[in-house]
Every structure is written in C-alpha cells, then in structure tokens.
Design a protein around this ligand. Structure first.
Ligand SMILES: [Fe+2]
Ligand SMILES: [Fe+2]
Length: 280
C-alpha cells in the first residue's frame, strides 16, 4: 500500500492570492498542525494492536497520509501568508498539548471501540475538508481539500473494515458502540483543535480554551452545508451497523444540521486572530 497522491501532484502555480479568505486561512493553520501530528497516533495504534500485523501496516500508511495532509495545508498557508512560521507554531502546539501515547490498551475499552472512534474522526475530517473545498474560492486550496477529503473517506472505509472484523470477534453491544461513537463525536470540541487554533494563529496571551474553541467554531461551523452533515450522519449510522436506510435517518440529519447552526450562532466571534496576529 502506498499514498494515493503526493504534494508534487498539486498544481501550486494556480495559487490566486486575491481569492484567499483570511477566515479559511485561520482554520487551515490549525488543521495543518493537527494533521501533521497524526503520525504520533500511529505509535498509539501500533501499541494497541500490537499483534495485528495487517492492521499495523495499514495504520503506518494511514499515518503517512495524515502527515502529508499537514504538510500540504502548511505549504498552502505559507503561500497565503509568508509570515506563517509552521515549525514555531507546531512546537508551541506539541509543547502545550500533550498526548498520552504509551498505552497497551485502547482508551475506548476495546479494539472495536477504538476503531469505531477512528471511524468517527474520519467522518469528521471527510466532511470538514469537503466543506472547506466547497467554501473556498482559491483553486489550490480546493484542489488540496479535494485530495484530502478523498483520503479521509478512504480512511473511514479502512477503519470500518477492521472494526467489523473485531466486532465479529468481540460482539460489542449497540449501547456500548453508541456511547463510544457519541463520546468521540463530542470530543471533537476538545482541546486539541482549540490549542492548534491558538498556536497556529498566535492568539494573544496564554491559551484560553473557551475563547480559542469559540473562535474556531465561529469560523468552521458556518462552512457546513446540509449535504455534508447528512452524509456524515449516514456514515456514522453505517459504522454503527445500520445497513439499510431508515426513514428517520433524514430527520436525524436535519436535526443534526439545525443543532450545528445553533452552535455556529452561539460561537463568539469577537477574537479576530488575523488582526491580532498582524498587529503584533
Ligand atoms: Fe487527514
Ligand atoms: Fe484521515
């Protein structure tokens, strides 16, 4: 298995500075760092699946692809803003936000749970990059996000396949799987992205989780269209074992989209990091 595309495949000459959105740039800076750090999760996954050579090989390729997402996004962010110091921001991010990687068991309590949680992450990233692609007018960012979103959909498929293998063995009940999936979905509002947003955009003062999280949400959540949310809900239900389409699925997707809109409106947009950054 090898990576499906490389950074050199991107047509960087099409970059159009006049079409760069500063708000998209702010979330791209944060995303670049979280993606780049995914390589660290390979260590964790290889610890958890220590005797599963097939999965460990797949996890290593997965990690390489995620690192490439980080590098491509960082390169674009640097083109859009030559003052962006990815290395310095990344250092601040990794020093300020620690990951617990040296474990021999999944923090989700089972291998099925671990892989289900990975499916949820990939649902989040595939819809996130689809949303950025659809919102961006800048052609290179669109191209990068098209490639990344394809990878994220493939990652979801990869983790789901392995999850089904473990589920056949472990037979985890629906209650546990539902709880695990929901927990992971809620964690997407966690510290990691907020810290990356803080470090990537050089927000003034010490890290303020609430403020960084809110500023990030104010920029990212309005990008989602109903179709992005609907597809994500369908993917989540499929990972939970709902094979056929039920009539209530569409209603659930509409509800999820409405909740996301409410959350987007509640997000405090009072910290324009770009202004702060360049005023410095
Ligand atoms: Fe990624
Ligand atoms: Fe991914």
């Amino acid at each position: 298995m090898s990576k499906r595309w490389s950074i050199d495949d991107i047509d960087w000459s099409r970059f159009d500075r006049s079409k760069v959105s500063s708000r998209l740039l702010e979330i791209v800076r944060a995303a670049a760092m979280v993606e780049y750090r995914s390589g660290d999760y390979v260590t964790y996954l290889c610890n958890v699946f220590t005797d599963d050579e097939e999965f460990k090989a797949a996890a290593r390729v997965w990690g390489e692809e995620e690192i490439q997402h980080g590098l491509a996004l960082a390169q674009w962010a640097r083109m859009a803003d030559p003052t962006f110091d990815f290395e310095a921001s990344y250092r601040e991010f990794t020093e300020g936000f620690h990951l617990e990687l040296e474990r021999n068991e999944s923090i989700r309590g089972s291998r099925t749970g671990e892989l289900l949680a990975r499916c949820m992450v990939e649902i989040g990233t595939s819809s996130f990059y689809s949303a950025i692609r659809d919102a961006s007018e800048e052609p290179v960012l669109r191209e990068i996000c098209t490639q990344i979103a394809r990878d994220e959909f493939a990652h979801y498929g990869l983790f789901r396949r392995h999850m089904e293998r473990y589920q056949a063995r472990e037979g985890k009940g629906m209650g546990y799987r539902l709880r695990t999936a929901l927990m992971r979905a809620i964690e997407t509002q966690d510290d990691e992205l907020s810290y990356a947003f803080h470090a990537g955009n050089s927000l003034p003062g010490p890290y303020d989780r609430k403020q960084a999280n809110s500023a990030y949400a104010a920029r990212a959540l309005p990008l989602y269209q109903p179709g992005h949310v609907e597809r994500g809900i369908f993917m989540a239900l499929k990972a939970l074992g709902f094979e056929r389409e039920w009539s209530w699925q569409r209603g659930l997707a509409t509800l999820a989209y409405r909740l996301l809109r409410v959350r987007a409106r509640m997000a405090d947009d009072s910290t324009p990091p770009d202004t702060q950054r360049h005023a410095a």
